[in-house]
Design a protein around this ligand. Structure first.
Ligand code: HEC
Length: 115
């Protein structure tokens, strides 16, 4: 390891730790914003928080990815579309109307168990 990469590594680890804490404890303003995004963008047409719908429930999604740091990847899938992961004949259509920051908020919320 060169001398320049060590500070970078430390910075990366520090930022990673901050991101973990942020996703474990969402601010209540972020929670409300995420719930509103879910309610106002048609997500509820295909998803329920707990129950079965045409798409998997938010709780089932949280359970499947528990402990995995896939917030960014899940945000991307929410925005760009996703299929073939839930043995579902239907697909999760792209939600291009969402800003990347909104998709990130939704991903954090889902991975927190959609409280
Ligand atoms: C037209 C129906 C539909 C709408 C609208 C929809 N979804 Fe989905 N969603 C699905 C289906 C079906 C799946 C499962 C696809 C599969 O089998 O991989 C899914 C999967 C997902 C997943 C899991 C992806 C993965 O990688 O495991 C998340 C998270 C998700 N949806 C969030 C949302 C959010 C947030 C919204 C609103 C912005 C939304 N969905 C709107 C149908 C929908």
């Amino acid at each position: 390891m060169s001398n320049t990469s060590l500070p970078k590594l430390i910075l990366t680890l520090a930022l990673g730790a901050t991101a973990t804490i942020a996703s474990a404890e969402m601010k209540s303003a972020d929670l409300s914003a995420a719930r509103a995004l879910f309610a106002n963008n048609g997500c509820a047409n295909c998803h329920e928080i707990k129950g079965k719908s045409s798409g998997p429930s938010m709780r089932d999604i949280a359970k499947r990815y528990q402990g995995k740091k896939i917030n960014a990847e899940l945000a991307r899938r929410i925005r760009e579309g996703s299929s073939g992961r839930w043995g579902n004949s239907e697909t999760h259509p792209p939600q291009g109307i969402l800003e990347p920051s909104e998709a990130k908020l939704l991903a954090d919320w889902v991975l927190n168990g959609a409280p």
